[in-house]
Ligand binder design. Structure first.
Ligand SMILES: Cc1cc2nc3c(=O)[nH]c(=O)nc-3n(C[C@H](O)[C@H](O)[C@H](O)COP(=O)(O)OP(=O)(O)OC[C@H]3O[C@@H](n4cnc5c(N)ncnc54)[C@H](O)[C@@H]3O)c2cc1C
Ligand code: FES
Length: 259
């Protein structure tokens, strides 16, 4: 883990709501693995505000990228950062997705949950399908980037403004059934709102597949010290324990999570 003062390289809008911040992050970027996150101190809010956690969207040649939306004070201040401004970043944090599994990879994303899944798609040794859902077309991000990597993309929006109308779990069930009919093993990777993760996890358990779910909890320290991000989890023997999403996760296998 590193604590770096990173310089902003570029900071463009990717949609009206979302921005991509690219940071010169040296060794922090080199060591980052898909599913890990960084914890950022927002310049100007150091005395009044905590760090903010963000998934790593990409890491290439020492440049670490984050895809984010302004939802409150910290991210609003972050939006105003210009190239060459500096910000304090700790990371890479958390466990990351396993990369050595097998089976057809089905990536299931909701909103900014697409961020860690894009990094994963660049590093997995096999290609599969990205299933991405959102409320409207505005929430559907980065799909051309997945297509460039050779991934098939299926979109679902609640209002039908892009792809099919409804929840992303509907096309996911279809993909699962078609893999099953073809005798293909499946491995799922998912990041997004809790309701979606829970549904993905239940489908995985029912179909005897593995699903790696990235949990999103409010965080304070980001390194396992404060217990702000606790989650009840199953042990293999059926008993339960309390884990910390920041340091024991944020990725957990579906069967581990007690919802
Ligand atoms: C592991 C992890 C990875 C994340 N990755 C990304 C990412 O790639 N892109 C991105 O845009 N955001 C991501 N987030 C969420 C991001 O951390 C929050 O949006 C940010 O902390 C909000 O800070 P703020 O000061 O702007 O908002 P605040 O003023 O702190 O809060 C504004 C609103 O956002 C809600 N909020 C704050 N934190 C979270 C959270 N963790 N989950 C859900 N709602 C929250 C608050 O309840 C409140 O309603 C991630 C969170 C975690 C835990
Ligand atoms: S945020 Fe402090 S223990 Fe996880």
């Amino acid at each position: 883990m590193f604590d770096f003062l990173c310089k902003v390289k570029e900071h463009p809008h990717v949609t009206d709501d979302y921005m991509l911040i690219q940071l010169h992050a040296g060794k922090l970027a080199e060591q980052a693995r898909p599913g890990q996150f960084v914890h950022i101190r927002i310049p100007g809010l150091e005395k009044t505000s905590l760090r903010r956690p963000f998934s790593i969207y990409n890491s290439e040649d020492g440049i670490l990228s984050i895809l984010y939306k302004a939802v409150g004070r910290g991210t609003e201040v972050m939006q105003s950062l210009q190239p060459d401004s500096e910000l304090q970043v700790i990371g890479p944090l958390g466990n990351g997705f396993p990369l050595d599994g097998s089976g057809e990879p089905l990536l299931v994303a909701g909103g900014y949950g697409v961020a860690p899944l894009y990094f994963l798609a660049t590093r997995l040794n096999r290609k599969g399908v990205l299933l991405v859902g959102g409320r409207t077309a505005e929430d559907i991000l980065a799909i051309d980037k997945f297509k460039e990597l050779g991934w098939r993309v299926v979109v679902a929006t609640n209002d039908g403004s892009m792809g099919e109308k409804g929840f992303v779990t509907v096309p996911l069930l279809r993909e699962l059934e078609s893999c099953k009919a073809a005798g293909k093993e499946v491995e799922m990777f998912s990041c997004g709102p809790d309701a979606m993760l829970k549904a993905v996890g239940e489908m995985a358990i029912k179909s005897n597949s593995k699903a790696w779910l990235s949990l999103d909890k409010h965080m304070v320290c980001g390194v396992g010290a404060c217990l702000a991000c606790v989650q009840k989890l199953h042990k293999p023997d059926g008993s339960t324990w309390i884990g910390r999403v920041c340091s024991d996760g944020p990725i957990f296998e579906a069967g581990e999570i007690v919802w």
